[in-house]
Design a protein around this ligand. Structure first.
Ligand SMILES: [Zn+2]
Length: 115
C-alpha cells in the first residue's frame, strides 16, 4: 500500500509534510541544532557545553543565546572579571558582557571584601 500524500511531521500538532528524520523542515532544523524539535535554538542549554565554557575550555560549538547567558551568570557569581568573562564566553568585549549582565539583572555591586 502506497500513501499518496506525504506523512505529517511527527511533532504533535504539526501538520507540515515530513522532510527528514520524521520531522518537517522547521522541526528538523530545531532537532539538528538543539537535539529537541520543540526547543527554539536560542533557548537550548546543554549543561556540558556551559560547564566547559565556565571551566575555561573550548565549548566545542557555537553557544546558544541561553548558554551564553548561563555562562556569563555563573562566571559572574564565581567573581570573574568582565574581561575574563568575555574571553571565556567568546564575547567581543566588556561591553558585550555588560549588556548580558544588565539583561540578567547582574549589574548591581556584588559587595564583599574586594579591597
Ligand atoms: Zn513539524
Amino acid at each position: 500500500m502506497t500513501a499518496r500524500t506525504p506523512p505529517d511531521c511527527t511533532v504533535t500538532g504539526c501538520h507540515q509534510p515530513r522532510d527528514a528524520q520524521g520531522y518537517c523542515r522547521l522541526h528538523y532544523q530545531r532537532w539538528q541544532i538543539t537535539g529537541d524539535p520543540n526547543v527554539t535554538p536560542g533557548q537550548a542549554i546543554e549543561e556540558a557545553v556551559v560547564g566547559r565554557v565556565v571551566a575555561g575550555q573550548p565549548p566545542g560549538r557555537r553557544l546558544t543565546v541561553a548558554e551564553r547567558e548561563a555562562a556569563v551568570s555563573r562566571l559572574y557569581w564565581a567573581r570573574a572579571t568582565e574581561t575574563e568573562i568575555a574571553a571565556r564566553v567568546g564575547l567581543a568585549g566588556r561591553s558585550s558582557v555588560y549588556a548580558i549582565k544588565k539583561r540578567l539583572g547582574l549589574t548591581r555591586p556584588r559587595g564583599g571584601p574586594d579591597q
